[in-house]
Design a protein around this ligand. Structure first.
Ligand SMILES: Cc1cc2nc3c(=O)[nH]c(=O)nc-3n(C[C@H](O)[C@H](O)[C@H](O)COP(=O)(O)OP(=O)(O)OC[C@H]3O[C@@H](n4cnc5c(N)ncnc54)[C@H](O)[C@@H]3O)c2cc1C
Ligand SMILES: NC(=O)c1ccc[n+]([C@@H]2O[C@H](COP(=O)([O-])OP(=O)(O)OC[C@H]3O[C@@H](n4cnc5c(N)ncnc54)[C@H](O)[C@@H]3O)[C@@H](O)[C@H]2O)c1
Length: 476
């Protein structure tokens, strides 16, 4: 007979989402079983955020060397040893790995099972020869690269985020299908390290971001030599002697044929739902992910789904945010509500592209002319001038009574600046708050103050303000 475990919480998937739930529950002394069929740490550590940011850091270093002469520093042009670059990526993963390891979680008191899990019924999960009946289950099985049904694609070797970071040789010419964050981060990284890169995007590249600010990033990538073909759908792939031939068509109907040495597919994500026995557990799902309510419960009230498998915004910090909500719901029975409007995101190209809250278009649709769009250019910031990072712009969307509704940034350290705006948005701050704090000089964070102060640009000309000043002057 199968061994039976009856923990308080059973978590399926040890990626960003599942690990956060397990660690928090264990910290409260709760009995937790965590099941992982692949690598501890999931996508973020092994095939996602960590290796991609490590590769981008190497690429940034190569780019900085090329531009050292702008600062009067003479160095020879960089030569890249890609196998060593890959070693750097591996070292970064290895440095972070212990934090997500089985040993650490067992040390926290979590029972870790290294096998695939599937539901056998509404309250029963099977993991190898172990049966689990938990008070609550949390599905955190993540997502995988979505591979579109392009004719010929299944006949050629292609890369996804799971295989890209294993390359030991720099691709001579990397063709990338998809101009989203994965496609463009990897396009710039490989271009800066010496590859020729062509990106095919069926619609608009970086289409989820503010179009004006996305254009800042796309122009820069093109200036660095990345070929970005927008509104160009890939129609067929064929094998060639040098690698692959990509056949695509522009929206005007012109055919484009590009031969490349390697092909990366970066066309979005598919939720990991296959083989989970969701039907047996009465859990509704679509091809976009498991259906959840605002409190992240599935159609089986004892089972939650969080992270990439729940569709929605797919980021590590969202997985962490959702894990916190689920912990509050399971352990403290508090009502929780997920809000996408306080979730920031950043694409880590140079310049970075960040967003939070409502876009200008969404804010206008909701508040009409009751919004103000306030901007500050990097060129007007002293720190940006000193660093030679003058390309970029910050945009704040102010709503009624000056409340911060949203923000977009294209520029150096956009992600770091977005931390301040993320706090401001989650605390319902106004332009008065953002204009009124003391920013250390010279920092890029001053861009926030500068944009917020412009909310009051008309105040000095206001006739009533002038009258008050004139009256007060009379008191000596
Ligand atoms: C190239 C790339 C770069 C990225 N960069 C960023 C970034 O810079 N910032 C950011 O915020 N996000 C980034 N992301 C997104 C981020 O990686 C994901 O949002 C995050 O990893 C989702 O975490 P998760 O726990 O939901 O899923 P995962 O990390 O995918 O973890 C799910 C785990 O569940 C396991 N599993 C699946 N099925 C079963 C089963 N039946 N039984 C047992 N275990 C199972 C899997 O093996 C996996 O380990 C990036 C993604 C990619 C691909
Ligand atoms: N910096 C970050 O936080 C970061 C970095 C990478 C990935 N991610 C996460 O991973 C997710 C997936 O990233 P992604 O870039 O794969 O997905 P995405 O959905 O954001 O972008 C995919 C792009 O591929 C295009 N596309 C789809 N099919 C195509 C086809 N047949 N031909 C040409 N173009 C096609 C789409 O129009 C879209 O623009 C992101 O949405 C994000 O949540 C985050």
């Amino acid at each position: 007979m199968a061994k039976l475990l009856t923990p308080d919480i059973c978590v399926i998937g040890a990626g960003s989402a599942g690990l956060s739930v397990a660690a928090a529950a264990a910290a409260f002394g709760v009995d937790v079983v965590l099941i992982e069929k692949g690598m501890m740490g999931g996508d973020c550590l092994n095939y996602g955020c960590v290796p991609s940011k490590a590769l981008l850091a190497a690429a940034k270093s190569a780019a900085a060397t090329r531009h050292a002469a702008d600062f009067g520093v003479k160095v020879s042009q960089p030569s890249v040893d890609f196998a060593n670059t890959n070693d750097h990526v591996r070292r970064v993963i290895a440095a972070i790995e212990p934090h997500d390891s089985q040993e650490r979680f067992e040390g926290l008191g979590v029972t870790v099972l290294r096998t695939a899990a599937a539901f056998a019924g509404p309250d029963t999960l099977v993991a190898g020869d172990i049966e689990i009946k938990a008070r609550r289950f949390v599905i955190a099985t993540g997502s995988s690269a979505l591979v579109p049904p392009i004719p010929g694609l299944d006949q050629v070797p292609y890369l996804t985020n799971e295989s890209l970071f294993d390359l030991r040789d720099l691709p001579e010419h990397l063709a990338i299908i998809g101009g989203g964050p994965i496609g463009l981060e990897m396009a710039q990284a490989h271009r800066r390290l010496g590859s020729k890169v062509t990106v095919f995007e069926a619609q608009k590249a970086l289409g989820k971001d503010d179009p004006d600010l996305a254009a800042v990033v796309l122009d820069r990538l093109r200036a660095e030599g990345v070929e970005i073909l927008e509104e160009t759908g890939v129609e067929a792939i064929a094998r060639s002697e040098a690698g692959v031939i990509v056949t695509a068509r522009t929206k005007e109907g012109a055919e484009i044929r590009t031969e490349a040495s390697q092909l990366l597919v970066a066309t979005g994500r598919a939720p990991n739902v296959d083989g989970l026995g969701l039907e047996a557990a009465g859990i509704a799902f679509t091809r976009k992910g498991i259906d959840v309510d605002k409190g992240l419960r599935t159609s089986n009230r004892k089972i939650y789904a969080i992270g990439d498998v729940a569709g929605g915004l797919q980021f590590t910090h969202v997985a962490g945010y959702q894990a916190g909500l689920v912990i509050r719901s399971i352990l403290f029975r508090m009502p929780v509500t997920m809000s996408n409007e306080i979730v920031p995101w950043v694409t880590y190209t140079s310049p970075e592209l960040g967003h939070i809250g409502l876009s200008e278009t969404e804010a206008r649709a909701r508040h009409g002319d009751g919004i103000k769009v306030l901007t500050a250019d990097y060129a007007g910031n002293d720190r940006a001038q000193a660093e030679g990072k003058t390309l970029g712009r910050l945009k704040l969307i102010a709503g009624p009574r000056g409340r911060l509704l949203g923000a977009d940034i294209a520029g150096d350290q956009a992600g770091e600046i977005l931390n301040l705006l993320s706090l401001a948005l989650s605390k319902n701050m106004t332009m008065k708050d953002l204009a009124g704090f003391i920013a250390p000089y010279p920092t890029l964070g001053e861009l926030v103050r500068r944009a917020a102060i412009s909310y009051y640009a008309e105040a000095p000309k206001n006739v009533w303000v002038r009258r008050v000043i004139a009256i007060l002057r009379k008191f000596g």
